[in-house]
Design a binder for this molecule. Structure first.
Ligand code: SF4
Ligand code: SF4
Length: 133
C-alpha cells in the first residue's frame, strides 16, 4: 500500500489522504456511519487496477476473488453484472477482506465532508427498496 500522509478523523469515519492524491475512508470502527446495507457491494462493478491483486508485487487483494477484465483491469467476482454480489461480502453484510479490499472500495464514503449521508448511498437504498430508519 502507498504511504499514508496525514490521518484526519471526521465523526467516526476516518479520512485518509494518500500520498498519490487519493482519499480513502476507513469505517472499521464499531461506531462507523455506514448503515451496513451492502448495496454498494451488490450494485457496482467493483473494478480496479490489476496491480492491486496479491499476485502482483505489492498487491493485496486476494487473487482468487478477482476476475480479470482486461490486461490492466480486474473486478471482484460477482460484480461483473448488476445486480450482483461481491464474492467477499459475508452473509452478515460485512466485507470479509476489509483490510485487503481494493482501492475503489476504500474511496467510497458513507458520509460527505459536511457530515450528511452520501447521496449515492441514499440513491442505491431507494433503488433496492431498503428503508432507512
Ligand atoms: S451503500 Fe453506503 S451505507 Fe450502504 S453499505 Fe455502502 S457505504 Fe454503507
Ligand atoms: S471487497 Fe468488500 S467492500 Fe469491496 S465490494 Fe467486496 S465486500 Fe464490498
Amino acid at each position: 500500500m502507498p504511504n499514508i500522509i496525514p490521518a484526519v478523523e471526521a465523526m467516526s469515519q476516518h479520512t485518509i489522504q494518500m500520498d498519490d492524491g487519493r482519499t480513502f475512508y476507513d469505517m472499521s470502527g464499531i461506531d462507523n456511519p455506514c448503515l451496513g446495507c451492502a448495496v454498494c457491494c451488490m450494485h457496482y462493478r467493483v473494478s480496479f487496477y490489476q496491480g492491486e491483486m496479491d499476485s502482483q508485487p505489492g498487491g493485496y487483494v486476494p487473487s482468487d476473488m478477482v476476475l480479470s477484465l482486461t490486461p490492466f483491469r480486474a473486478c471482484m467476482k460477482g460484480t461483473e453484472h448488476a445486480p450482483g454480489r461481491c464474492i467477499a461480502l459475508g452473509q452478515d453484510g460485512l466485507c470479509t477482506i476489509y483490510e485487503n479490499r481494493p482501492s475503489v472500495c476504500r474511496e467510497f464514503p458513507a458520509l460527505m465532508p459536511d457530515g450528511t449521508q452520501n447521496p449515492e448511498c441514499i440513491r442505491l437504498q431507494t433503488l433496492y427498496g431498503i428503508h432507512r430508519k
